[in-house]
Design a protein around this ligand. Sequence first.
Ligand SMILES: [Mg+2]
Length: 215
Amino acid sequence: MKFGSNSMSRLKFALPTNSKSCLKIRPEALAFDIDGVVADTMEIFVDLVRNKLGLKNFSKDSIIEYELYRCVPAPRDAIDELLCITLSDEYTMKIPPLPGAKEFLSKLGQVTNLRFVTARIWPESIIKWLYNLLPEVKQERIEVFATGDPQAKANILKNLGVSVFVEDRLDTCHSLREEGFQVVLFDQPWNRKENSFIRIKHWDELNNFIDWDSC
Ligand SMILES: [Mg+2]
């Protein structure tokens, strides 16, 4: 793995890279993906697969890869249609949060801006969703950057001065690590291939890593 000088300095800042016991994160060093991390978006997709495609045994645990075409036994155009519905304004507002996300982000939002970097193209509905989820956080403290492309996340994070990112897509985790970022992998059925990232299964675990004393 090769690092440029800027990447090295970020890596040094974020070390240790894969030791849960030593990890301490300053609140302002942190940013988050949204879908699959804060928003349990696949719950909506799974419901649609069951109800519109009649695949009653399909569950979130059926999604063992990020590539949905390999997980749903249905034609591509049918899967694309359900994805469009899932990400539509109407259905975005129905997405449940992951357990503990509201509590953690409400607390963090009292001490620093909340930065979200999503590969969604259109951020308006998910911004509204975040405002609804986090009424105790001032809206000007909620910053959402929509890249339209997972590969574009690194540059946004660099510009924000972020060094630690919480993400569920394994490919994005690998590329961000190569760019020198500390990555916290949010456990989902589609990212359970072997890897050395710090994995959290609940937001409470992230709470334990925050250096609240630095606030
Ligand atoms: Mg995601």
